[in-house]
Design a protein around this ligand. Structure first.
Ligand code: PLP
Length: 439
């Protein structure tokens, strides 16, 4: 594999998604990798089986020209290995481990690197499942979790760590940026610096970042010193609302630990999932590029609509906003997640959602079709009311995941739905509805 990386090193990831890490001669000339739907792999000799197991159990290091041998699908499978090699290209990572879900990736990674007595610092808000693992599951393992808010400075965070009384036990800083659903950006550079500040010679404070919203095309946290990048591959990487998967990327040393625990917990993805994600990766860049272009048009249109009170979108940040600097530093594009407030509250937000014709009313994101939901009562229903209030998740907010439909059709759908919303103070309902959809 090393030689192949050398050979391909000048090509862009999007050029390599159709071929990297796989040779047709391995499978009767098949241009596409088959689905290796097998639980176990035959050894050519008992000696080979022994050698493969020594590696799988970490009893010896990989030799210079050796590849880990195929043993059993809970440990490795060609569809997962090829997928992992391809995912590495986007983030410039040394290694990757793919999982049965984003939550499997996150939970396995946290369990590998946190021990009883440790402190983990996390940014708010986090994806609900991650929030639950940190607040409710890790304490059962003796791990304490404390949080900071978007906009908090280094000094604010030092104070939070001191107040916890466990600053010396800080083991990991875990962030998610942009934060869901407000699109607040967390400063990666600041977190990496803090991790260095709290590291000791015998203990490196790890940094981990959930890169689901902008990665792997528009955000590359490893380049800014983050140790571990996590994904719900269910979202942009999968991209078609038809598969659940996750991934963790980083250095070979860290990922081999993650992979080892993955094989003992059995949280790896199946071969069919691996194959589906390889298919998805071939169109990752064009999908995300088009979604990003669509979203910029839609965000601009929404911000001029009289029934829309506020639009939360990194592409609309003003230079005077402190978030603007973070955006310029660490994001390659604003992405395709837009949140906006309508004038009013739940009644008006629900009226809009119930009036949509083409855009699906559903949670999840990153898919080819546009999806809209109500964070306050849906994805973020489990978040503390005080936290919701502090970060500005109110009952008048809608979250939109922009798909690859024609931008004017998405705007048409939003326009006709907004026309049905009676905002407080407005007496007439405009009849902006145009022709119905033909398909
Ligand atoms: C969906 C999501 C997850 C969880 O991923 P699953 O694939 O649903 O397990 C984690 N983080 C973020 C930001 C997500 O959007």
């Amino acid at each position: 594999m090393k030689e192949r990386r050398e050979y391909y090193k000048n090509l862009k990831p999007e050029s390599l998604m159709m071929s990297f890490g796989y040779k047709p001669e391995w499978s009767e000339g098949s241009v596409k990798s088959p689905i290796f739907q097998t639980s176990t792999f035959a050894f050519t000799s008992a000696e080979e089986g022994k050698a493969h197991f020594e590696l799988a159990y970490g009893k010896r290091e990989l030799g210079p020209s050796e590849e880990p041998g195929l043993v059993y699908t809970r440990i490795n499978n060609p569809d997962l290995e090829i997928l992992e090699d391809r995912l590495c290209l986007w983030d410039g990572a040394e290694a990757c481990a793919v999982f049965a879900s984003g939550m499997a990736a996150i939970a396995t990674t946290l369990m590998e690197f946190l021990e009883p007595g440790d402190l983990v610092l996390f940014s708010e808000p986090l994806y609900g499942g991650t929030d639950h693992v940190l607040r409710h599951f890790l304490p059962k393992m003796g791990v304490t979790a404390v949080s900071f808010m978007p906009g908090h400075t280094t000094e604010d965070i030092r104070r939070i760590l001191r107040k916890s009384g466990k600053e010396k036990e800080l083991a990991m800083i875990y962030i998610e940026s942009p934060a869901n659903p407000t699109n607040d950006l967390i400063d990666i550079g600041m977190c990496v610096k803090l991790a260095r500040e709290f590291s000791r010679p015998d203990r490196h404070v790890l940094t981990a970042m959930d890169n689901t919203f902008l990665g792997p095309v528009f955000s590359h946290p490893l380049q800014f010193g983050i140790d571990l990048v996590l994904y719900s591959a269910t979202k942009y990487i999968g991209g078609h609302s038809d598969v659940i998967a996750g991934a963790c990327l980083g250095s070979t040393a860290l990922i081999s630990r993650v992979r080892k625990l993955r094989s003992f917990l059995g949280t790896m993805a199946g071969a069919h999932t691996g194959w589906l994600l390889m298919r998805s990766l071939e169109t990752l860049k064009p999908r995300m590029t088009l979604q990003n272009e669509n979203a910029q048009k839609i965000a601009a249109w929404l911000s001029g609509h009289p029934k829309v009170a506020k639009v939360y979108y990194p592409g609309l940040l003003k230079e005077s906003d402190p978030q603007y600097r973070i955006f310029k530093e660490q994001c390659l594009a604003p992405g395709a997640m837009i949140s906006f407030d309508v004038f009013g509250g739940e009644r008006e937000a629900f009226r809009l959602l119930n009036s949509l014709k083409m855009i699906k009313l559903a949670v999840s994101l990153g898919s080819t079709e546009s999806l809209a939901e109500h964070p306050y009562s849906m994805t973020h229903c489990g978040v503390d009311d005080a936290v919701k209030k502090e970060i500005g998740i109110t009952d008048k907010m809608i979250r939109l995941s922009v798909g690859i439909e024609a931008a004017e059709d998405i705007i048409w759908d939003l326009e006709q739905a907004l026309a049905r919303v009676e905002t407080p103070g407005s007496t007439t309902i405009s009849r902006a509805e145009t022709e119905p959809l033909t398909a």
